[in-house]
Design a protein around this ligand. Structure first.
Ligand SMILES: Nc1ncnc2c1ncn2[C@@H]1O[C@H](COP(=O)(O)OP(=O)(O)OP(=O)(O)O)[C@@H](O)[C@H]1O
Ligand SMILES: [Mg+2]
Length: 537
C-alpha cells in the first residue's frame, strides 16, 4: 500500500508510511459562501508557510470517510491576513496566525489507487504532503522514457512507458505555438525511444533533426540538463536520407528515389491531375504491365509486399515511369475521346522531368535497413515541394506498415511527422487521399504491430479531425489561438478548465500532457534534448 489507509486507522498493527507520521500540513476549513465540488480550502498556521507551495500534492485524511482518503493538489495560496481568522492584536506574520490555501480534489484513494470521487472531505480532515516517489507511482509517471518533471516539482520526474501498448502505439501529438518547444520535445522523444530499443523515422521538413548525432550546443540549457543528471550527447546509430529530386542539407545524406509502381493507380492519377480520358488510358497501360507481370508470379500477396520492400535498384518492378510513358507514347495514335494516351504521355513526360521517380541507379526508401532497434532515420524533405513530401509520407507509411506485417520480430517503430498541418490539412484532405488513407490505416491498425505515428504541429486545428483524434498521448505546449485551443478542448474531455486556462501561459518547454498512462492530465516541464538541433533562421 502506498499511502496510509484512513479506514484502517484503528488497526494498530498496520505500519503507516512516513508521509503520514509527520505533523499535518494543515486542516480542511469549513466551506465559504461558494463551495465548489472539486475544491476545498485548508488552513494552517503561518509557521507552516514554507510548506504551502502551489502544485504540492497532498493526501487528505477524512475522519468520517470510509476509504483511504482524498488525493489533492494545492492550486492557490497561501492567503494571508484574513481578518476574521486573525484574532485581535495578532499580525499575519505571527507563526500562530492562520493562513489558507485552496486544494483541488483529484480523487479518492481506493485500495491504494486514485479513483474518481463523488464526495468531498469533511472540515477538520488532516492534510498531509505526499512524497514525490509515492505521487509519481500514483499518477502514472513511472516509466523508462525520461521526458521531464512535473511543473513546479523538480524532483518529481515524468516518464512515459516505452513498453506499454497503450502509450506510443496509440499515437502521439506534440502541439504548440511557434517557439513553444515542440521540436525540443520531439528530440527528447526520439532520444528516449531509441534508447529503449525503438526504431525511429523522422520526416523532417526543415532539416532541424539532421545533426542529432552531435551533442547539443545550446549552452544555456546545459545546467537544466544537468538537473536530470544528463550531459549533452549525440545519437550513435543515426542516418539521414533525402529524395533524389532535391538536395539534402547534409553532405553524407543518402538519396533515394520514389518508384511509380509502389503507388496505387488512383494516386498516380491524382498526382498527374489526370482528366477522365487520361485516367482511362493510365488504367489501361498499368493493366497491360500488371498482366505481364502477373503471369510470371506464383503467389500474389506476399510477392507484392516483398517486391514493395525490395529497395535495391535491381528490384523487379511491374513498371517504371519510363516504361509507362513509352507504352502511352506507343498507343498515342489510338487515342479516342475516352482514352487519351497522348495526354497521358505528355503528363508522364512532365513527371519524368521532375526527377522524383524511378531514378535508375538509386535505391528506394529501404525500411528493412531503417527498422533496427535503437536506430534513428531522418528523412530530410526540407527542399521538396508539398507533392513530394506527401508522396514520401505515403510511401514511408505503406512500406513501414507492410514490413511490420511481414516481420513480427521487427522492433517497435515510431514515425514522427513534423509540421504535419502544412501538408496534411483539413483543407487539402481532398487532394491527398493516398496519404490520408495510409495514415488512417496505420494509426488505427498499427497498434497491434507496435507502430506509432507522432504528429508535430503548431496548428492542431488544421489537422484532419480524424487524425488528430487518434493521438491518444498529447503533449500540448503553449497555444494562444482560440481556434487551436478549442479544437483541443473539444476532443479532450478529461482536461479541466483550470488546466486549459494555464495553457496560454506556459513557458518554453512546459506542456499539458494527457496520456492513457496517466491518471489525469499533468503540467510537465520537458527536459532539454541532449542531441544537437540544426537551427534554421
Ligand atoms: N524543454 C525546454 N527547456 C528549456 N528551453 C526550451 C525547451 N524547449 C524549448 N526551449 C527553448 O525554446 C526554443 C524554441 O524551442 P523549439 O524550437 O523546440 O520550439 P518549436 O515549438 O519547435 O518552434 P517552431 O514553431 O519554430 O518550430 C529553444 O531554442 C529553446 O531555447
Ligand atoms: Mg519546431
Amino acid at each position: 500500500m502506498l499511502l496510509c489507509d484512513n479506514a484502517s486507522a484503528g488497526e494498530s498493527s498496520r505500519v503507516k508510511p512516513k508521509s503520514c507520521e509527520r505533523v499535518p500540513l494543515g486542516y480542511v476549513a469549513e466551506d465559504g459562501a461558494n463551495p465548489a465540488n472539486e475544491q476545498v480550502r485548508m488552513w494552517t498556521r503561518c509557521g507552516n508557510r514554507g510548506r504551502i507551495m502551489r502544485d504540492q500534492f497532498v493526501q487528505i485524511l477524512d475522519p468520517l470517510g470510509k476509504r483511504s482518503g482524498f488525493l489533492g493538489r494545492i492550486v492557490s495560496g497561501p492567503f494571508f491576513g484574513n481578518s476574521e481568522a486573525v484574532p485581535d492584536g495578532e499580525s499575519a506574520w505571527n507563526p500562530e496566525a492562520v493562513i489558507y490555501a485552496d486544494i483541488e480534489i483529484h480523487g479518492e484513494m481506493v485500495q491504494g489507487r486514485p479513483s474518481d470521487t463523488r464526495s468531498r472531505p469533511v472540515p477538520g480532515s488532516t492534510v498531509h504532503e505526499i512524497s514525490t516517489d509515492e505521487i509519481a507511482k500514483l499518477l502514472g509517471f513511472a516509466g523508462d522514457m525520461l521526458l521531464g518533471n512535473l511543473s513546479g516539482k523538480d524532483t518529481l520526474l515524468f516518464r512515459l512507458q516505452s513498453d506499454n501498448k497503450g502509450v506510443l502505439p496509440r499515437n502521439v501529438g506534440i502541439f504548440g505555438t511557434v517557439g513553444s518547444g515542440k521540436s525540443n520535445t520531439a528530440q527528447v522523444l526520439i532520444e528516449e525511444a531509441a534508447a529503449c530499443g525503438w526504431a525511429v523515422i523522422v520526416l523532417d521538413v526543415e532539416s532541424e533533426y539532421i545533426a542529432m548525432d552531435a551533442a547539443s550546443n545550446e549552452q544555456a540549457l546545459f545546467a537544466e540538463l544537468a538537473r536530470f543528471d544528463l550531459v549533452p550527447s549525440g545519437l550513435t546509430d543515426f542516418h539521414v536520407f533525402h529524395p533524389a529530386s532535391c538536395d539534402g542539407e547534409r553532405s553524407d545524406s543518402q538519396a533515394f528515389t520514389l518508384r511509380l509502381a509502389d503507388f496505387e493507380t488512383s494516386v498516380i492519377a491524382e498526382l498527374l491531375h489526370a482528366t477522365l480520358p487520361e485516367r482511362n488510358a493510365l488504367l489501361d497501360c498499368v493493366e497491360h504491365f500488371e498482366q505481364r507481370g502477373r503471369s510470371k508470379m506464383t503467389t500474389r500477396d506476399a510477392d507484392d509486399l516483398n517486391g514493395l520492400l525490395d529497395a535495391s535498384p535491381q528490384a523487379k518492378l511491374v513498371f517504371t515511369l519510363r516504361s509507362l510513358r513509352e507504352r502511352a507514347g506507343e498507343r498515342a495514335s489510338r487515342s479516342t475521346e475516352y482514352m487519351d494516351y497522348a495526354g497521358l504521355s505528355s503528363k508522364l513526360m512532365w513527371l519524368l522531368h521532375s526527377g522524383a521517380f524511378d531514378q535508375p541507379s538509386l535505391p528506394s526508401i529501404d525500411v528493412r535497413a531503417m527498422l533496427q532497434r535503437g536506430r534513428v532515420n531522418v528523412i530530410d524533405v526540407s527542399v521538396a515541394n508539398d507533392v513530394v513530401k506527401n508522396l514520401v509520407t505515403a510511401d514511408l507509411l505503406r512500406k513501414t506498415f507492410a514490413y511490420k506485417m511481414l516481420n513480427a520480430e521487427a522492433p517497435p517503430t515510431l514515425l514522427l511527422i513534423e509540421e504535419a498541418h502544412a501538408f496534411i490539412s483539413r483543407e487539402r484532405a481532398q487532394t491527398m487521399q493516398a496519404t490520408l488513407h495510409m495514415l488512417r490505416n496505420v494509426t488505427r491498425r498499427g497498434r497491434k504491430r507496435w507502430l506509432s505515428v507522432g504528429f508535430i504541429s503548431q496548428q492542431p486545428g488544421h489537422l484532419p479531425p480524424e487524425i488528430f483524434e487518434l493521438c491518444n498521448t498529447r503533449i500540448v505546449h503553449t497555444l494562444r489561438s482560440m481556434h487551436n485551443l478549442e479544437t483541443l478542448m473539444s476532443s479532450a474531455g478529461d482536461i479541466g478548465r483550470e488546466m486549459w486556462d494555464r495553457c496560454p501561459l506556459l513557458g518554453p518547454g512546459q506542456a499539458v500532457v494527457t496520456s492513457p498512462q496517466l491518471k489525469r492530465p499533468a503540467i510537465v516541464s520537458i527536459r532539454p534534448a541532449r542531441s544537437q538541433r540544426k537551427f534554421v533562421h
